[in-house]
Design a protein around this ligand. Sequence first.
Ligand SMILES: [Zn+2]
Length: 196
Amino acid sequence: MAILTVHRFPDPVLKQRAKPVTTFDKTLKKLSDDMLETMYLEGGIGLAAVQVADLRRLVVMDLKNGEEKNGKPAPHEPRVLVNPEILQAKGEIVTEEGCLSVTDFRAEVKRAERVEVAYQTLTGESKREWMEEIGAVCIQHEIDHLNGKLFIDHLPLLKREMVKKRLIKMQRADQEALRDDVRIAKRGEPQRKAKA
Ligand SMILES: [Zn+2]
């Protein structure tokens, strides 16, 4: 397995619309294994292939990631959903969302509370199931990724523009700090961390 690079806003790949999976081969299984490993390392509960710059409609999830059971990390409950789509949605729920592609920012987003999802397994078997609450929120967030949409795109227009500007500014500052580190390292001085 390998750790993949999670692309961050404003990387243009995050605006791409992913394409349906038609070939259920070894590379699809490898992608899902690598995505799960990356998601566990980054501490997320969901990851869409678009976020690792692979434009296949594939999502991995583990709603238990980061939870504890009897003082120990909860056992993993990995899920892989290929070509997921929402058949019907019911109710409303507002939760605070974050995203591995949008660092250091969280916001409340309103979504459907229950959704019926159709998807395929890694071997191409068709399934349907209802997902609720955090599961429903997570799959809606991930399907958005497959359609080139981020959770910040759900914010009201003015707030959205403000947040995007701030995130771009923060990312530039990070990149400059990183360049400074490289320069310092090249001069043979001890390297300092990019972020305080
Ligand atoms: Zn996300």
